[in-house]
Design a protein around this ligand. Structure first.
Ligand code: ADP
Length: 227
């Protein structure tokens, strides 16, 4: 489903020296795989995720998501891709403080033009999946960090994306929050709800994934399923 073909990304600017963040990456990820991307800071993980999110383009090579050529897609196609095919979870939750939990979760559907009457039951379904049925009316400041992140996951899945990208989803959580989040990720994988690519420093998250891609200096050092 996802294919990187000889992907390089070089950052160049007047102020900084040339940085080659990715060197000729070849990578294939199948539909519904749960993949952890690990590696030291600066090895290119975020660059890889940005390319998959259609937020950046490679300097060389091809990035395919199904039939969509992200390296060549125009803004209209990229906007459609981000709105319909993609769910993203960040380290810092990025929830809207003026909306309650259910409103945050249904927002991607409303942006697609789905009516509130149709969006609401779907939102409740996702909040049940992440174990937050009792928090639908809460506002963001009334949640723990772990609950915020589970809300963010529910929001990222509400429109049935083909691909879920997560950037350090447990990076800002305490151990209880991280454990609950990991259970949710495992549930998503076991129900084969979507393809999941998670950048993480957490050994627990990496161990739970079906496959671990270790990066170093812009290359893939090791790519394997756990023994
Ligand atoms: P990671 O996510 O693994 O920490 P990144 O993908 O963020 O790594 O960065 C890879 C390399 O590219 C690093 O050396 C980083 O300093 C550099 N880099 C990232 N973004 C930019 C940018 N916008 N301009 C210049 N260099 C960048």
């Amino acid at each position: 489903m996802i294919r990187f073909v000889d992907v390089a990304r070089t950052y160049e600017s007047a102020e900084t020296a040339r940085v080659q963040a990715l060197h000729g990456i070849d990578l294939e990820i199948a539909e519904k795989e749960f993949v952890a991307i690990t590696g030291p800071s600066g090895c290119g993980k975020s660059t890889l995720l940005h390319l998959l999110g259609g937020l950046d383009r490679p300097t060389r090579g091809e990035v395919w998501v199904g039939p969509l050529a992200l390296h060549a897609a125009d803004e209209t196609a990229l906007t459609h891709y981000r709105r319909h095919d993609l769910g993203i979870v960040f380290q810092f939750f990025n929830l809207l403080p003026t909306m309650n939990v259910l409103e945050n979760v249904t927002l991607p559907l409303l942006l697609q033009g789905v009516s509130p009457a149709q969006a609401e039951p779907r939102g409740r379904e996702l909040l049940e999946l992440v174990g937050l049925s009792a928090r639908t009316g809460h506002f963001v400041h009334q949640l723990s960090g772990g609950e915020m992140q589970r809300t963010a996951i529910a929001r990222a899945l509400v429109h049935r994306p083909r691909l879920l990208l997560a950037d350090e989803p447990t990076g800002n959580l305490d151990s209880v929050g991280a454990t609950h989040l990991l259970e949710v990720l495992q549930k998503i994988a076991s129900q084969a709800l979507t393809t999941m690519i998670v950048v993480t420093h957490s050994e627990e998250v990496a161990a739970a994934a079906g496959r671990r891609v270790r990066m170093r200096d812009g290359t893939i050092l090791h790519d394997a399923s756990p023994a």
